[in-house]
Design a protein. Structure first.
Length: 122
């Protein structure tokens, strides 16, 4: 294994550790998916011949190209999904703020006292 492969594996381990500490309670499914994807990535880092073989089977010249193509599709999908979630959250926040504004609006007090026009002394 090359020194860069060791660095990549250490980086994967660090990211998994950080995400485990953040997501262990509320994001178990996401954490499991991340473990699976990172395990596959680690296998391709340790055994780069596998990606080369898969690339040849798929008609792609190099294993690195195969990995880049797959990552590009996944990153575009994630960007679109993040935008969709951002729009949804913006709509929710707008509804919440509108509801708060409507419940806290000060209504004018109707007075039954003198409603005569104001006269000025000259």
């Amino acid at each position: 294994m090359t020194p860069f492969a060791w660095v990549l594996l250490a980086l994967l381990g660090f990211i998994l550790f950080v995400d485990y500490t953040r997501l262990r309670r509320e994001g178990r499914r996401l954490l499991l998916l991340e473990y699976i994807v990172f395990a596959l990535g680690a296998v391709l880092i340790v055994f780069p011949g596998i990606s080369q073989m898969l690339a040849r089977v798929g008609g792609i010249g190099r294993g690195a190209d195969l990995v880049i193509y797959v990552l590009l599709v996944l990153l575009v999908r994630e960007a679109l999904r993040a935008r969709q979630l951002q729009w949804r959250d913006t709509r929710r926040y707008t509804e919440i703020v509108r509801g708060i504004a409507l419940t806290t609006v000060e209504r004018p007090v109707s007075s039954t006292t003198d409603r005569s026009p104001v006269t000025q002394d000259r």
